[in-house]
Design a protein around this ligand. Structure first.
Ligand code: C5P
Length: 209
């Protein structure tokens, strides 16, 4: 049959990235964390000293994006998620990154992509669509642990505020807002640890794919 494409969407710190990585390893599929593309556009503007609100510059940065640029460790910093969320509302940025993502997903071996609009916009025909959620409080706890593990200390209240702000911005924008595709299966991981969430996701992929 057609190559297996797995679309994984969900809000910030829902665990979708970890699940995507583990599913990709399990099935031997290439994996793209699409948030990195938006983070890389934001980082390009920051490095150039350009205002994040400069939409034309953001669109140019998106069109010029290279695969090597996605390995910069600064992309994982907390401030970059916030900056990425700002440039991601620019329609020309989304359009430039759309073809990038669709080329990746269209490869002969299939793919796993995770983001906000994979099941709705990037890969509407994906065989498997998962929408990963967890309460904002649980997501804030996870993000706090993850940042602490990398030596980036942050107050838990500040992280929760970040997450709420990002949810609001990502869900309310007009260009490809965060929402579950009509044919996505919703997996709430609030009460699941990483292994239990993976087991559930794997069972869903086997059932749907
Ligand atoms: O997933 P991550 O936190 O790295 O994404 C950073 C930001 O990039 C998100 O808050 C969102 O605004 C944007 N994004 C998006 N569409 C995607 C992936 C990320 O708009 N497919």
């Amino acid at each position: 049959g057609a190559p297996l494409v797995i679309a994984i969407d969900g809000p910030a710190a829902s665990g979708k990235g970890t699940l995507a990585k583990r599913l990709a390893a399990h099935f031997g599929l290439p994996h793209l964390d699409t948030g990195l593309l938006y983070r890389a556009v934001a980082l390009a503007l920051i490095d150039a000293g350009t205002d994040l609100g400069d939409e034309a510059a953001a669109a140019r940065a998106a069109a010029a994006l290279s695969a090597e640029g996605l390995n910069d460790p600064r992309l994982r910093e907390r401030a970059m998620g916030e900056a990425a969320s700002r440039v991601s509302s620019v329609p020309q940025v989304r359009a430039a990154l759309l073809s990038w993502q669709q080329r990746f997903a269209g490869g002969p071996e299939g793919a796993v992509l995770d983001g906000r609009d994979i099941g709705t916009v990037v890969c509407p025909d994906a065989r498997v669509k998962l929408f990963i959620t967890a309460t904002p409080e649980e997501r804030a706890r996870r993000r706090h642990r993850e940042l602490a593990g990398r030596g980036e200390a942050a107050a838990p209240e500040a992280i929760l505020a970040d997450i709420r702000a990002r949810d609001a911005r990502d869900s309310s924008r007009t260009a490809a807002p965060l929402k579950a595709a009509a044919d996505a299966v919703v997996l709430d991981t609030t009460d699941l640890d990483a292994d239990a969430a993976f087991a559930e996701a794997l069972a869903l992929v086997i059932r749907l794919g």
